[in-house]
Design a protein around this ligand. Structure first.
Ligand SMILES: Cc1ncc(C[n+]2csc(CCOP(=O)(O)OP(=O)(O)O)c2C)c(N)n1
Ligand SMILES: [Mg+2]
Length: 549
């Protein structure tokens, strides 16, 4: 059948099962927008292209499906870059479609021409500039395949305007071949199984790859049948239930002391889908000392990249873990668990008479317990408090920018997540700084009736910057204090109800009320400017070198 390039794009999106796309129009992408006019697809107009990219990413993280964003050439395309980089760093499957100036104008500094494939080369898994109109359907199919297969990631397809209007021959995609189960080297699996079977002090470390590899049930079986405590990276939260007695909590720079202690003292560390980022390992030269590291990852390039693995297993995580499980006998580790439990310390800032982040998270844990919620965050202290204190029990219910740490991610990502999983309720945590970066996306939440509950942890400062200036710059607080903003009328301007609270009781009431309403709500939770995220490991230090802050 003959269709325009633009219609071919829409057909390909439908073939891929896409139901929602996030975007912003402009001259060079208008033929595609025209084809979207009658397409059975939901197009969500965001306030800013950065919002569209983060929303596509949030959609992908919350659902496991590929998120799609669309932008015009030039400034539209460059506005996607931070969102693509965030998706790239956290291995999130996104397809971005950008308009480009007509083929005859490429390279002539045409109006709104920018070399977006050049610009995004380092922050995409792959990208394409479509030159031959006939190749368009195949390129789009490849883009989706690349985004979702192996280690997921973002792919950009740049489509010149004339290619969108040309007629091409379009035939529906052939059925994809079934993926065959992989075979793995038996000796290495045997070696890994015997190390786990004989370990005195085993620990499992779950990372983001455990979530995207859909390996939660295998990890649970491994942990329970061999009684292995589990620590999580920031990206791994939800891969193992936060309420499980074997869960130690977050590890790394702002990790729980028992989680860091257990990893430091472990004799066998089983890392599942973690890239051993600097925030997780601190000093890499001593991180793996006195232990056997078993590294399981979909991406062979991760094995030995940051931490040398004694046993590296690269491939499909579910299949690898199942093969490992078939070689293991149930066992127990009572002495090790007792030793870890003896290191448990009470959390420090309970019992204060003013509102603290810990109290906010405690209230949310109580009120959301057992219910289908997704927690999305922005970047800063509030992100770390949420990671430390929230009980996250299921995969894909924690959406945060771990690798890039992009302020402004939270609200648009929450919007994408709420579209992806309408039966869950999304709670979005922001700082007063980051909320100002993309807070105008409240408009998108409001016009689409998304029942997102935004909690602004308002400390009237760039809290994480203040914390770093406190720790490393002699308390010389430069450009970290933020003159107060009244977020209540800001939210109201978009038709969103907001309330400002100063005590735990007020917060509890506001959250219960928001949860009982199917509309977007904003709660401004006023906390003290001087509150710090503790514990805090010195950057690049060992897992027991805490800063006294
Ligand atoms: C786009 C971007 N710019 C700058 C930073 C550096 N940064 C990290 S945390 C932070 C402060 C965040 O302040 P706020 O949003 O109020 O959150 P808080 O730390 O106070 O909870 C800054 C500036 C960043 N991560 N992202
Ligand atoms: Mg702040």
């Amino acid at each position: 059948m003959k269709v325009s390039g633009a219609r071919a794009i829409v057909q390909c999106l439908l073939e891929q099962g896409v139901d929602t796309v996030f975007g912003y129009p402009g001259g060079t992408i208008l033929p595609l927008y025209d084809a979207l006019y009658e397409a059975p697809l939901r197009h969500v107009l965001t306030v800013h292209e950065q919002g569209a990219a983060h929303a596509a990413d949030g959609y992908a993280r919350a659902s496991g499906r590929v998120g799609v964003c669309i932008a015009t050439s030039g400034p539209g395309a460059t506005n996607l870059v931070t969102g693509l980089a965030a998706a790239y760093m956290d291995s999130s499957p996104v397809v971005a479609i950008t308009g480009q100036v007509p083929t005859g104008l490429i390279g002539r500094d045409a109006f709104q021409e920018v070399d977006i494939t050049g610009i995004t080369l380092p922050v995409t898994k792959h990208n394409f500039l479509v030159k031959d109109p006939q190749s368009l359907p195949d390129i789009l199919r490849k883009a989706f395949h690349i985004a979702r297969s192996g280690r997921p990631g973002p792919v950009l397809v740049d489509v010149p305007r004339d290619i969108q209007t040309m007629e091409i021959d379009f035939s529906p995609a052939a059925a994809a071949p079934q993926r065959k189960a992989e075979t793995f080297p038996s000796p290495r699996l045997d070696q890994a199984a015997s190390a786990i079977q004989n370990a005195q002090r085993p620990v499992i470390l779950v990372g983001g790859g455990a979530v995207s590899g859909e390996a939660a049930s295998e990890i649970m079986t491994l942990a329970e049948s061999c009684e292995i405590p589990v620590a999580s990276t920031l990206m791994g939260l939800g891969a193992f239930p936060g309420s499980h007695p074997l869960f130690l909590g977050l590890t790394g720079m702002h990790g729980q002391k028992i989680a860091n202690h257990a990893i430091r003292c472990s004799d066998v560390l089983i890392a599942v889908g973690s890239r051993f980022s600097d925030r997780v390992t601190g000093n890499r030269s001593c991180y793996a000392a006195d232990k056997v590291v078993i590294h399981i990852d979909i991406d062979p390039a991760e094995i030995d990249k940051n931490v040398a693995a004694h046993i590296g297993l690269a491939g499909n995580m579910k299949e690898l873990l199942n093969q490992l499980l078939s070689r293991l006998q149930p066992r127990q580790t009572p002495a090790w668990r007792e030793e870890i439990a003896s290191k448990q310390e009470p959390r420090p800032d309970d019992g204060q008479d003013r509102l603290t982040a810990a109290a906010i998270m405690r209230q949310i844990n109580e009120q959301t317990n057992g219910k289908p919620f997704v927690f999305a965050t922005d970047v800063g202290q509030h992100q770390m408090w949420a990671a430390q204190e929230l009980v996250i029990d299921t995969p894909r219910s924690w959406v945060t920018s771990g690798g890039l740490g992009a302020m402004g991610f939270g609200l648009p990502a929450a919007i994408g997540a709420q579209f992806a999983v309408p039966n869950k309720r999304v709670v979005h945590f922001a700082g007063d700084g980051g909320f100002k970066m993309t807070g105008a996306e409240l408009y998108t939440a409001a016009v689409n009736d998304l029942p997102i509950i935004t909690v602004i942890i308002n400390n009237n400062c760039l809290g994480m910057i203040r914390q770093l200036q406190h720790a490393y710059f002699d308390q010389r607080y430069m450009s970290c204090y933020l003159p107060p903003v009244d977020f209540v009328p800001f939210a109201r301007a978009f038709g969103v109800q907001a309330v400002s609270v100063d005590t735990e009781a007020e917060f509890a009431r506001a959250f219960a009320e928001a949860a009982a309403t199917r509309a977007p709500r904003v709660i401004i939770a006023n906390v003290a400017t001087q509150d710090m995220v503790t514990p805090m490991l010195a950057a690049g230090a060992a897992l027991d070198e805490y800063i006294d802050i």
